[in-house]
Each structure stands twice: as structure tokens, then as C-alpha cells.
Design a protein around this ligand. Structure first.
Ligand code: WTA
Length: 663
């Protein structure tokens, strides 16, 4: 896209001042905070100071072995202690987690004191199962309080957790189990979604079966108590353990939080990349927790007395950083909910916001578009009053932003558009809400201490704040950044650093982190995120690699080749279209089509289900045989076809277009 086309597409928007109601009480209200953090690396000590350390660090930052940067070196701390124990004296009775089911009569308020007790008991139970410090524990848990409880129990004993989003299939779970050779899996018998009690444990059973790793223990929570196990769930002798039964032996148990080195891993979070299997982003204890806590305080403006609701799923990074670690470390009340946003009715989110007097609400543009489609009449029935609204995960269209501002924020809440990634641990580009004006569609300026910039495809720096588009890079390390790709340092370097860094250099300042996103750096210094430049799609805020979709489709024996293109979708942002050729002698049929849908649901999960499966005679390929997905994307989006002259057969895209859109 040329700059002119970009301008025409996005237009110039007005600024909105942060409402006085917000500014007067904000955690960050002095613009000097930006200068303070510009002292590198000392600025970030302010985030680390928000934590309780068993031993203070000797060195704030060690950049001597790029890109393996270390933070708060020599420091020791425990994340579970920081999220729970340290609040007990002052606010033991305060609600830490407020949980509600789709069945709104079913609610739980877990005070910090109760959370402390439960985490300790689970930690003791995990130890009893043989989990030791540094053992990876795989979780496949939906939005139940037992998920954060188990995560924090793992953190307490120094066992990195690897939570796999409950919507992922058995196959996807097995891949993740094998990547870490984790020999324990934690699951639940079932959970509710749109009124249905889903059988969930079977996925763990299948995954354990498929995995090459010998899984010794499957710890099974139960949604309705051990005596009411999901009717189809079967317990395998010697392997499966009912959590509640095991816990009977550990009532009142206490487990001292282990003092973890700041650089010891806290957890893994797998994410889709451009090639091969998903990458295990490894996050460190000290730097990550400091960064999640600091950004929760200054960007999300969380205070201990707030009720804060991030409506994401804990199975993704947003939930890790901004439902669990950041908010609990600040000692606030964090809301979580099981089920779909329109069950039992489309007003339930606002009904809960009213019931709990939620102050801060955090969601995705996909969700806002959905609320918008449902209509403001639904919202108007409820009396809630937010002071802060966050969006994350995708670009938000200015008109969607304005609807959110008016109908959810009542024109007196700030809207904070936060750009970041699984890899970054916390927000990197977003305004400190009291200090910068809002601009719809624009994430804003980099967070304190973060140096962002754009480079062209050759890695040459693009003049800052000139309205040009380029590859987004982060030019200076920050404490929340991933440590490495689990077990694969090479891949870490290749994926994030190689393209735009001087990899020969041992000077950290020659290393630029490649985000994989395109952005425009506007003349006011704000960044407008354009989306992924690599083969990663963003479907309703979920990151999915096109390669993963393609290899799942190619598993179907009738399929010769598959290529995936992202089609723009007014609700979900993007949806996958799968273009396939069938093998010689195979008929293009609904049967083959269903097999492809099924293969994708099996290999990844239902959330990755393609919008269309399109049979074609041939895929557009260059003379060297490379599939040109760009052309398929243009066809899917009914855009004019770009250059086709490098194709082996330049007539192919036109044939496909006729097939998709008619003549
Ligand atoms: C996209 C989610 C525009 C982006 C925290 C990024 C965004 C990917 C925004 C990371 C935003 C995230 N505006 N795009 N505010 N936030 N993205 O790893 O393409 O699930 O690279 O982390 O989401 O997705 P991930």
C-alpha cells in the first residue's frame, strides 16, 4: 500500500482528551515518568520496586550476551508470594478473584486469605505427585478459579507452568506436552459454554495417548465435585488423580514459596509463528513480574480497591499478565467468567459490571464489534460506570472505538488501546492514559522506557514520526521480554533478531527486536498498528499461523496442496480461507471439504475453523514453485490483483477469482 492509499484508508482523526474524572486520580499523572524511564536501564527499577524481593538484585540489566538479556541479575523472589502472601496483612479479607459462571447464580468470591490457603494446598499436592522445582507442568484448563490457583501453586514451588488454551485440540495439547516433555497434565472434567456442559477431559486423554512423552500423572479437577464427574469422563487407574480427593490429604498444608532467581523461568506460553510448530515463549520470573505489575499499575491504572475485569481467557498471554499476575501482584480484585458473552443473554457482561461495580474493563476489538452489532439498547439497560476501558489484540477501527467510548464509556472513561504480544510479556505501545490524548485507531506512543521504531525491508531505519509505514522494531531491551524460545535458542535468534540486528555485534544496542507487525509512525509520534507482515493471522484476536492451518489441511489424504489466505471479516477481523487442490482422480466434494474442516479442528481447535474451503485446479506459483499467498489474499478480499508476471502460469489467479467471485 502506498502512503496515500494508507491515508485514504485510515483518515486523520481527532484527539480526545482524557476525562477530568480520570486524570485527577490516575496512578501516572506526572509526565516526568517518561524521562525517568529513559534512564536505561535504571528506569525499569521503578517496576521492580513494586515487588517484594527475597534478595535485591546486583545488576539491573546484563546485555553482555545479546540477545540473551538478563534482568535484575542476582535478585531472588517468588511470584506466588508477590501475588498473594504479601497482601494478607493488609487485605486478607478482600476479594482477590471474583468468579461467575454462565449460570449467574453460580458465583465465587475468593478472598486473598482463601486464595493463599488453596494455593498452598495445591502446591503441597503437586509436590506429593513428585513435581520438583523447574519441572514443567502442562495445564489445559478453562476459565475456572482452579486455573489461576494451579498456576500460582506451580509458581510457589518454582515449577514453570505451560497453560494451553482450553479451546485447543488434543493434538495441539500433545504437541505442547512433547515440546517440554512435561510428565504431568492438569485438566478438568468439563465446563460450560452456551449452556452446554462440555466434556473436556477426553482431550487430555487423547493427548496423553498421542504424545511421545510418558505422562505419569493427569490431575483432574471436577466442575461439580468428584462425585459428579462428567458422565463420559473415565479415570485411568494409576495415572488419573481427582484433585479434590488428593487435596483431602493436604488440608491446611503450608508450602514455603521457593526463592526463585530473577532469571528462572516462571512460565511458558506457546504461540504461532510463520513456520513449523508453535514456539514456547519462555518468560522469566523477576523481569516479567515487574513488567506485568508496572504496566498494570500505570497503563491499566489498577488500584487495590478497584474491581478490575479483563474479559480475556487466561489461556492466552493477556489473561496471564492482566487477569492473574499484574492485577494480583497489585492486590486488586480481578474478575473472571466462565462461558460465552451472550449466555445466558446478551446483556450479561453489563449486568455483571453493574453487580460488581467494575471500574476497569478490558476486552478485544472483536468483542466490541460484537457488542456494537447487538446494539446499544442492550447496554442501556444497565447501570455501570467504568473509568477505564482497554482494548488489546487487534487494531480497532475508529468507528468501533467511538462506539466503545460513547456507549460503554459514557464519554467519561479513557480508552487505552494496548499493543503488545505473547513475546513481550506486557504492553509496549500504548499511552499512559492521563498523560496523552487518545486518538481512535492509534495505539499511541511507546510505554515508558520502550524505544520503538520502524525499519524498511532491508533493515534501514525509517525517519521517525514522518507518517511512513514500515516494520515495527523495538530498539532497546525491556524486562518483560521473552527469554528465549523453549529449548531452541537458534529459533529465538532467527525469529526475532536476525532480520534487523547486527548479529555479529556483542553490543546490545545493535540488536533490534522484530515484532512481525507493520506500523505507521505518525507525525505526532503515535504508532498506528497495521497488522502482521508475516504468515500469521489474527482471527478474533487469536493468533494462528497459516502454516499450521495448511499442514492440518494437507493431512487430509485427498488433498494435494493447500494454501491459506486471510480474508477480512467485519466481526472477527480476519478469517482463514483455505485454497486446495485435490489429488489425481479425487473428486472435489463436500466430503473432502468436511474432512478439511475436521482436520483443522482436530489439529488446532474449533476456533481456527476456516471460513471457506475453495477447490482450485492449480495454486498460483512462481517459476521456482513458491505459492503466492498474497494473490490469494487479494482474491479473497476482492481486491485488484497485483503483479502476476513472476507466475509460472499468469492466468491462474484470474481462474481462481472467477471461481470465487463469478465472472
Ligand atoms: C496484534 C496479544 C493492533 C499484533 C497481546 C500483534 C494488535 C499480535 C494490538 C500479538 C493492538 C496486539 N493493535 N494490533 N492494540 N495488540 N495486536 O501474541 O498483530 O496473541 O503482533 O498477543 O496481535 O498477538 P498475541
Amino acid at each position: 500500500m502506498t502512503d496515500d492509499e494508507l491515508e485514504a484508508k485510515l483518515g486523520d482523526r481527532d484527539y480526545y482528551r482524557p476525562p477530568a474524572k480520570f486524570v485527577g486520580q490516575a496512578n501516572a499523572s506526572d509526565p516526568a515518568i517518561y524521562d525517568q524511564f529513559d534512564e536505561f536501564p535504571e528506569g525499569f527499577e521503578a517496576y521492580a520496586e513494586l515487588l517484594d524481593w527475597d534478595e535485591y538484585w546486583d545488576e539491573t540489566f546484563d546485555g553482555s550476551n545479546p540477545p540473551f538479556f538478563e534482568w535484575f541479575v542476582g535478585g531472588k523472589l517468588n511470584a506466588s508470594y508477590n501475588c498473594v502472601d504479601r497482601h494478607l496483612d493488609e487485605r486478607g479479607d478482600q476479594t482477590a478473584l471474583l468468579w461467575e459462571s454462565e449460570d449467574t447464580d453460580e458465583r465465587r468470591r475468593i478472598a486473598y486469605q482463601d486464595l493463599y490457603r488453596e494455593i498452598n494446598e495445591v502446591a503441597a499436592a503437586l509436590k506429593d505427585l513428585g513435581v520438583e522445582e523447574d519441572d514443567v507442568v502442562t495445564l489445559h484448563m478453562p476459565m475456572l478459579p482452579e486455573l489461576p490457583i494451579t498456576m500460582l501453586a506451580c509458581a510457589r514451588i518454582g515449577a514453570p507452568h505451560s497453560e494451553v488454551f482450553a479451546g485447543f485440540s488434543a493434538d495441539a495439547l500433545a504437541t505442547r506436552i512433547d515440546d517440554t516433555e512435561s510428565d504431568i497434565v492438569v485438566t478438568v472434567d468439563g465446563y460450560y459454554r452456551r449452556g452446554e456442559f462440555l466434556h473436556h477431559k477426553q482431550k487430555a486423554d487423547q493427548a496423553v495417548e498421542m504424545a511421545e512423552t510418558d505422562v505419569d500423572d493427569v490431575l483432574v479437577w471436577t466442575r461439580h465435585g468428584p462425585e459428579n464427574l462428567h458422565e463420559e469422563a473415565e479415570m485411568e487407574d494409576g495415572r488419573d488423580i481427582l484433585a479434590e480427593e488428593l487435596l483431602e490429604d493436604f488440608q491446611g498444608a503450608r508450602v514455603d514459596p521457593v526463592s526463585r532467581d530473577a532469571e528462572d523461568p516462571l512460565f511458558l506460553m506457546y504461540t504461532s509463528g510463520t513456520t513449523g510448530k508453535p514456539k514456547g515463549c519462555q518468560h522469566r520470573t523477576g523481569g516479567y513480574l515487574a513488567y506485568a505489575t508496572g504496566t498494570s499499575k500505570y497503563v491499566l491504572d489498577i488500584k487495590p480497591e478497584d474491581t478490575y475485569w479483563c474479559a480475556a481467557d487466561i489461556g492466552w498471554i493477556t489473561g496471564h499478565s492482566y487477569i492473574v499476575y499484574g492485577p494480583l501482584s497489585l492486590g486488586t480484585t480481578s474478575v473472571m467468567r466462565e462461558g460465552a458473552p451472550d449466555a445466558p443473554h446478551k446483556g450479561v457482561i453489563w449486568e455483571m459490571a453493574e453487580r460488581y461495580d467494575v471500574d476497569i474493563f478490558h476486552t478485544s476489538p472483536t468483542a466490541v464489534r460484537m457488542f456494537m452489532k447487538w446494539g446499544e439498547e442492550i447496554v442501556e439497560n444497565y447501570d455501570f460506570d467504568f473509568r477505564h476501558l482497554t482494548t488489546v489484540g487487534e487494531p480497532i477501527q475508529p468507528e468501533v472505538w467511538e462506539w466503545y467510548y460513547e456507549h460503554i464509556g459514557g464519554e467519561d472513561a479513557v480508552i487505552v488501546d494496548t499493543w503488545w504480544q505473547t513475546e513481550t510479556g506486557g504492553h509496549l505501545i500504548t499511552n499512559l492514559p492521563a498523560l496523552k490524548d487518545m486518538k481512535p485507531g492509534s495505539a499511541g506512543i511507546p510505554c515508558p522506557g520502550i524505544e520503538a521504531g520502524l525499519v524498511d525491508d532491508q533493515g534501514e531505519e525509517i525517519e521517525p514520526a514522518t507518517g511512513q509505514a514500515g516494520n515495527l522494531v523495538i530498539k532497546r531491551p525491556w524486562p518483560g521480554m521473552l527469554q528465549t524460545v523453549y529449548g531452541d535458542d537458534e529459533r529465538f535468534i532467527e525469529t526475532y533478531w536476525e532480520d534487523f540486528s547486527d548479529t555479529e555485534s556483542s553490543d546490545w544496542s545493535d540488536w533490534n527486536y522484530k515484532a512481525g507487525d507493520g506500523a505507521v509512525h505518525e507525525t505526532d509520534g503515535y504508532f498506528r498498528i497495521l497488522g502482521r507482515l508475516d504468515d500469521v493471522m489474527n482471527v478474533a484476536g487469536h493468533r494462528i499461523g497459516t502454516m499450521e492451518l495448511e499442514s492440518a489441511a494437507a493431512e487430509v489424504s485427498d488433498v494435494a496442496e493447500a494454501a491459506v489466505a486471510a480474508r477480512e471479516h467485519d466481526q472477527k477481523g480476519e478469517v482463514p480461507d483455505v485454497y486446495v487442490t485435490v489429488r489425481e482422480g479425487v473428486e472435489e466434494s463436500d466430503g473432502v471439504r468436511s474432512a478439511i474442516y475436521e482436520a483443522i479442528e482436530d489439529e488446532i481447535g474449533a476456533f481456527a475453523r476456516p471460513a471457506n474451503v475453495i477447490f482450485v485446479d492449480e495454486l498460483p506459483k512462481t517459476r521456482s514453485g513458491k505459492i503466492m499467498r498474497r494473490l490469494l489474499e487479494e482474491i479473497s478480499n476482492d481486491e485488484s490483483l497485483g503483479n502476476t508476471s513472476t507466475l509460472r502460469d499468469p492466468s491462474v489467479p484470474e481462474q481462481i477469482r472467477e471461481k470465487v467471485h463469478g465472472e
